[in-house]
Design a protein around this ligand. Structure first.
Ligand SMILES: C[S@@+](CC[C@H](N)C(=O)[O-])C[C@H]1O[C@@H](n2cnc3c(N)ncnc32)[C@H](O)[C@@H]1O
Length: 304
């Protein structure tokens, strides 16, 4: 499974000549934000910031035959796994020694990614689950209602971790009104979120959701990126997303004062992502923080 020496592009067609040459296609300052158009494996290999990225968030194509414009999302399985190992290696090289790497990935490739990252010496901090309702209906098996949010770091003793910035209400406070949690010296009634993520604003981005960008597939909710970026980077840190899509990562990073770089293969997606990053901005800043994720109503309000 692990490749001793990454062999870029083997098993996949050569990218078109106009993808991935030169510097970023779009950039803006304060905080520095840039978007490259090209194959992330190629762009990562020549990134000047190699070795200094504080946080990578990667939401790759799942090889589910989704229409991503120019990108072939229906590769033979072996090619897809080889592609996956190649971009993972590029991300590892981009990371600073205290950097963190998150990967958003469904059931069918999560295990391969975990094994590969461990084989490259990274440490798993959490295996989180993003749980959503309204998965694709089917009766051939249980309905998919989750994606894995894999959180790895290079050095578990030296990583950026800001738990206080992402606290939510504890069940003790929101369900039971437990006086003990309100008597704490700090963070009264609050806790670090659990490793299964769901709730208000955590649904898949569909219909008339105000975050939704037209013509983008599998857009991730802003609250998800806010939790990852707040907890695993500082203001001024450098965040990288090798699969920009609609630009969620850079949009949220920018709103939170982080520098960021993203890469997108499709020129059309890139142009639309840049409009979001540079003009529309984050629409739910702070709305996912400090809430309760309790699945029971407050005890005081129960009828029976
Ligand atoms: C799952 S989507 C990312 C969605 C994104 N997280 C969002 O919230 O909008 C994957 C994106 O990666 C792009 N992509 C696919 N292969 C790529 C490659 N080799 N390099 C860069 N981008 C690629 C696709 O065009 C697509 O826009």
């Amino acid at each position: 499974m692990s490749d001793p020496a990454p062999d870029l592009f083997s098993g996949t067609p050569d990218p078109p000549a106009d993808h991935g040459d030169g510097g970023p296609a779009f950039s803006v300052s304060d905080p520095d934000t840039s978007l490259f158009v090209g194959d992330c494996r190629e762009v990562l290999a020549r990134l000047p910031e190699k070795g200094s990225v504080d946080l990578v968030f990667a939401d790759p194509p799942f090889n589910w035959d989704v229409n991503y414009g120019d990108w072939d999302d229906s590769m033979p399985r072996e090619d897809y796994e080889s592609f996956t190992r190649q971009w993972l290696d590029g991300c590892i090289e981009a990371l600073a020694p205290n950097g963190s790497l998150w990967v958003n990935i469904p059931d069918d490739t999560a295990a391969e990614i975990v094994v590969h990252l461990k084989s490259r010496g990274l440490t798993m901090v959490n295996w989180c689950i993003w749980h959503f309702r309204f998965g694709q209906c089917r009766n051939s098996g249980f309905i998919t209602s989750k994606v894995h949010a894999l959180y790895f770091c290079k050095d578990p003793k030296n990583r950026i971790w800001n738990p206080d910035s992402i606290l939510e209400q504890s069940d003790r406070a929101s369900i039971y009104g437990d006086a003990r949690t309100m008597a704490k010296d700090s963070n009264k009634g609050m806790r670090v979120p659990m490793d299964v993520w769901y709730g208000k604003y955590w649904g898949r981005i569909q219909g008339n959701n105000k975050e939704r960008r037209s013509n983008h597939q599998n857009q991730i909710p802003e609250v998800y990126l806010e939790r990852v970026i707040e907890s695993c980077s500082n203001e001024g840190s450098l965040v990288l997303d090798p699969f920009a899509g609609s630009g969620t990562t850079c949009t949220v990073a920018r709103a939170l004062g982080r520098r960021s770089i993203c890469i997108e293969y499709s020129p059309d997606n890139a142009a639309s992502a840049w409009e979001r990053i540079s003009e529309v901005g984050m629409v739910r800043k702070g709305q996912g923080i400090g809430q309760s994720s309790a699945i029971f109503a407050s005890r005081g309000s129960r009828k029976s």
